[in-house]
Design a protein around this ligand. Sequence first.
Ligand code: HEC
Length: 137
Amino acid sequence: MASRLGVLTAAVVVFGGAFAGVVAPALALDPAAGDPAAGEKVFRKCQACHAIGPDAKSKAGPALTGVIGRPAGKAEGFSYSAAMSKEAEAGLIWTPDKIGEFLTNPKGFVPGTKMTFAGLRKDQERADLIAYLATFP
Ligand code: HEC
């Protein structure tokens, strides 16, 4: 148990470090691997439903400010689907890898989600987008 906790703590430290700009090659979707400027253009595909930034409010989709590293289903005042609420209860955290998997195929990753978005199939698009999301902690 103690050693398991130790591994968890180390993972959290590495994860936190990735956002402080420290290189963390263990993360397949390190935000540093993407180009935030290119990601801003990719985010146009999300803007019909999502806002991001200091004053962002939830629209058809939850506000995405600070979403990286945040537990799923936690945007204030947003009514999530039963499917997403179940994932949230099961402890889903939006690490870059999990957001990457979700965005590749939203309905495949969270069956029953009410996010009606086909998915971003290109690795580079997802990496750029995640780098952009990471600029709004
Ligand atoms: C057609 C509207 C729509 C589009 C387009 C869309 N989303 Fe969503 N998104 C939603 C909805 C609705 C939810 C809530 C899903 C649920 O409750 O099942 C959601 C949930 C999410 C979540 C989980 C947030 C949380 O608080 O748990 C993330 C992350 C996300 N979207 C990212 C994106 C990104 C990035 C894009 C663009 C590539 C995108 N979405 C495009 C509607 C959309």
